[in-house]
Design a protein around this ligand. Sequence first.
Ligand code: BG6
Length: 490
Amino acid sequence: MVARIIEVDDFDLVVFGASGDLAHRKLMPALYHRFNDGQVPAGARVICSARRTYSNDEYRAWVRQAVEEHVKDHTTEQLDAFLDTVTYLPIDIGTGAGFDALKEVLDARPDVVRAFYLAVGPDLFGPICEQLGQGKMVNKHSRVVIEKPIGKDGTSAKILNDTVGRVFDEHQIFRIDHYLGKETVQNLMALRFANALFEPLWNGAHIDHVQITVAESLGVGGRAGYYDTAGALRDMVQNHILQLLCLVAMEPPESMDADSVRDEKLKVLKALSPISEQDAEKLTVRGQYRAGASAGGAVPGYLDELGDADSTTETFVALKAEIANWRWAGVPFYLRTGKRLAQRVSEIVVHFRPIPHSIFSGEAGTISANRLIIRLQPDEGVQMKIMIKDPGPGGMRLRQVPLDMSFADAFKVRNPDAYERLIMDVIRGNQTLFMRRDEVDAAWAWIDPILSAWASAKDKPRGYTAGTWGPSASIALVERDGRTWAEDGL
Ligand code: BG6
């Protein structure tokens, strides 16, 4: 059980793409957990749809398998009860066959929350929304959930958002960035705005720089087809990493109200110093993994996995970003992410400035600057690195130790998956943890020039061996400024 259950209104949730990977790994397990914790109201319906002609029983067997595979402590009794909420309706989005049947099902309950979850590729957002609009299935209780990628640049994002916007109002559109649903990410807001301790120090006078690392040990595997059209900059930086940066850098919002938070994040995105074509070589590094070793075994390189020797898609990116405002001027934000790196670790490290003067003799050893580490995964938690005296009589030797709070140790409750929180927020109609359209536009406005600088540069991404920390140029990017990548959680 998670800590506290806040009831939600009765709902019909329609999942398009219900036979896909996202539904299997995330959506069905998340819904099962919310059901098991007693949050799904009696009568709520999960209406699943895809092109395949499953019977209800066949589809429920598929969901059963998804829950059995992804939820460790499920019980057969609860799973059976959960499956009673699930029904299947085949819909062919191309021909429109099946939408009439969906309308009939939905018309039976016109007054409950009606959420459409589009767990499909972005090319299908338009056709689905059009059918829902024409079929008069969108009412004042409706909302739509869309997954990234929202476009592949600013122009295509605009077209996509216009398409969805023709049928749903902005307050009905929930653009998921699942990083915002992660417990530690929300804890970043608690840490900053529910403690008086950090805010006075949260600026360039006290913070030297910030590092954000989202490293994965897996390669692209079966997703190579999609991934090759995106690359690390679009897949991770444009959304997840920029959202993390916003939460670190934003001004205190007026309240936790969705628009207050999103207004502040938008200001950060707009204040990002543009990376021009001339600067791109200095401020960005892109890499692509070659064959190497991961988790003790040999793994192929990206090009072999993809089966295309000419791809120039980056599987690693490191960037130096700057935020041109009073709080952050002169404080670099070093960002990096990649596939097939040495470890799976995501963390934000806030490096404070060194003390201005030491009263200790040389014997005391080096006095390292304080660091605040917000660990997203694995082992979510917060750590503050502080200097203390080495215990024992004689002399004064100093060393740095962590003040450590692992959430798993501190709270004896299950850490919910991001999707559990986000799906329930959709039902509640709370958009705080979802991206507003202007945020998506502002993020692309910063990313687009980097993409075009890379496109016009004649070079290819730098190769790095799978199982390492990326190209050496990424180390140089930080070392050039007299700094190093933190290795706290590693
Ligand atoms: C997704 C990306 O949005 O996030 C994937 O498309 C990536 O490429 C994934 O692997 C990482 O999410 P998490 O929650 O496992 O860190």
